[in-house]
Design a protein around this ligand. Structure first.
Ligand code: G1P
Ligand code: ZN
Length: 559
């Protein structure tokens, strides 16, 4: 007999700053825990669905961080009270962001809520996040997130079924009656559907043969959501030894670490790769959408190069043989390595603003198959999120097919296409006001035309400005415009400096400086990246007056 539940309307007041950033709303756990804070945002997210909310079918999952379980229960109680008809809930609330995207698409959901602050630290004193994905499985576009923010400024009440209880620790279906109307919760296995999706994309028997034939993997899940996926896929399905997966248990505080797969925060993977004899190393972020790829002896694959190499070898992956390669895309700050592959294969290449949400329209319109960001994001149109595990399976497919090491693949690539040397400097947790001032002074310089044709010299190299702007993107599918997406200083030789403020932080400002310098001279392509980039780095720091505005002598993280 279904539990019969009452809907309670609770009055509330708006909270300031419930504005989703590059990827959802991210704040400290303490902020989300304030009375009504989480409820307000969920109600506004549901209300932003408009007419589609009544009778809708939604999915919910999270990265396992602190506060996910409480938030899942609130979402179930509020969906019940808001006339959602059916809710798919990940077992224990744990499901990677790419897996939720895949689930929404596979089951035909009207959308989904993902509880994650991605690569930000977790725990009682750290970050939490809520993000809404639409029916195509991708992050809600600006129109929807702006609507959520607008609603949050005037919310007066939310609806909830406080008596509803639900055991999410086991897969299964529970039916409820909410003031006479049926409401169903289906708890689903976190890995099953995703595994099936991957099996349809890659040649698992060939990959298994490669892995069991002596190819050694080291997968570091950084105590994020990917542990159960990595164990199931790399160990159980592909036959890697159990010790190939480390930090594979999802923890609410990610073991006290910053779950971001880069050379700084995944230093333990770097060390283990340096000391050991593994052929391919990889790490993922908290919610499993980012990836870092390393070769033998910790040879680092710059994410912009990773995208370009995959673009050049897509024929190694059965999915692309069937679906064809429709085009590539990269976010604006991502180095232009993939552009050169596009030029050689004759495919289209799109340059979008930072954030995965801009790729979705192109994919839905059949214009885009493979895309990536310099921030360790790689993915394809199999879903509408970037996908860490997918990226490792893609690399594994290339390596199994080419029978070459990661380093040799890169060497071959650079000899053919030239090399885009790339680095990113992050200045985290700065004061917002001077950082905004820095951007507006650069905008003033752009408007005055004073930078045009100007030359800068450093370390024996001279760069002449060809163009400087604040990047604006016009979506080729729906003509929507995203302006002020980052200051770009484009030089005559194709090198670039990009400066923008992060949209994912939970407080203060993070300044990101991106440097992309192209070399096609075979004598230079194997030089250490920092050496080649040093002149342009000095120019960037000087032109933007980083020290003056941030008060910092050095960045917090260099990638
Ligand atoms: C950062 C990355 C961006 C990525 C986003 C979500 O955003 O730079 O490429 O899509 O995280 O993972 P930012 O903090 O720069 O706004
Ligand atoms: Zn993430």
């Amino acid at each position: 007999m279904a539990q019969s539940l009452k809907i309670v309307n609770r009055s509330t007041n708006p909270f300031e700053g419930q504005k989703p950033g590059t990827s959802g709303l991210r704040k400290k756990v303490k902020i989300f825990k304030q009375e009504n804070y989480t409820e307000n945002f969920i109600q506004c997210t549901l209300n932003a669905m408009g007419d589609k909310l009544n009778g809708s079918f939604l999915a919910v999952g999270g990265d396992g961080r602190y506060y996910v379980k409480e938030a899942v229960l609130k979402i179930i109680q509020m969906c019940a009270a808001n006339k959602v008809k059916k809710l798919l809930v990940a077992q224990d609330g744990i499901m990677s962001t790419p897996a939720v995207s895949g689930l929404i698409r596979k089951k035909g959901c009207d959308g989904g809520i993902i509880l994650t602050a991605s690569h930000n630290p977790g725990g009682e004193n750290e970050d939490f996040g809520i993000k809404f994905n639409i029916a195509n499985g991708g992050p809600a576009p600006d129109g929807v997130t702006n609507r959520i923010h607008e609603l949050s400024n005037s919310i007066k009440e939310y609806r909830i079924c406080p008596e509803l209880s639900c055991d999410i620790s086991r897969p299964g279906v529970t039916d409820y009656l909410v003031e006479g109307e049926p409401f169903r919760v289906e708890v689903v296995d976190s890995v099953e559907d995703y595994l099936e999706l991957m099996k349809g994309i890659f040649d698992f028997p060939a990959l298994r043969q490669h892995v069991t034939g002596g190819f050694k993997l080291l997968i570091n899940c950084m105590h994020g959501v990917t542990g159960p996926y990595a164990k199931r896929i790399f160990v159980e399905e592909l036959g890697a030894p159990a010790e190939s997966v480390v930090n594979g248990v999802p923890l609410e505080d990610f073991g006290g670490h910053h779950p971001d797969p880069n050379l700084t925060y995944a230093a333990d993977l770097v060390e283990a790769m340096k000391e050991g004899d593994c052929d391919l190393g990889a790490a993922f972020d908290g919610d499993g959408d980012r990836n870092m790829i390393l070769g033998r002896k910790a040879f680092f694959v710059c994410p912009s190069d990773s995208l370009a190499v995959l673009a050049n070898h897509l024929e190694c992956i059965p999915y692309f043989k069937t679906s064809g390669v429709k085009g590539y895309a990269r976010s604006m700050p991502t180095a232009g390595a993939v552009d050169r592959v596009a030029a050689s294969t004759g495919k289209s290449i799109y340059e979008t603003p930072t954030g995965w949400k801009y790729f979705g329209n192109l994919m839905d319109a059949g214009m885009l198959s493979l895309c990536g960001e310099e921030s360790f994001g790689t993915g394809s149109d199999h879903i509408r999120e970037k996908d860490g595990i997918w990226a490792v399976l893609a690399w594994l497919s290339v390596l199994a097919n080419q029978k070459m090491s990661v380093e040799d693949i890169l060497g071959q690539h650079w000899r053919k296409f030239g090399r885009n040397f790339f680095t990113r400097y992050d200045y985290e947790n700065c004061d917002s006001a001077p950082c905004n001032q820095m951007i507006s002074e650069l905008e003033t310089a752009i408007a005055s035309g004073s930078m045009k044709d100007k030359s800068f010299s450093s370390g024996g190299k001279t760069y002449t400005v060809a163009k400087i702007d604040n990047f604006e993107y016009v979506d080729p599918v729906d003509a929507s415009v995203a302006s002020k997406q980052g200051i770009r200083i484009l030089f005559a030789d194709g090198s670039r400096i990009v400066l923008r403020l992060s949209g994912t932080g939970s407080s203060g400002a993070t300044v990101r400086v991106y440097i992309d310098s192209y070399e096609k001279d075979h004598d230079k392509i194997l030089l250490p990246a920092q050496e080649v980039l040093q002149p342009l780095i000095s120019i960037a720091l000087q032109v933007c007056r980083i020290k003056e505005f941030t008060g910092r002598d050095a960045p917090t993280v260099i990638t």
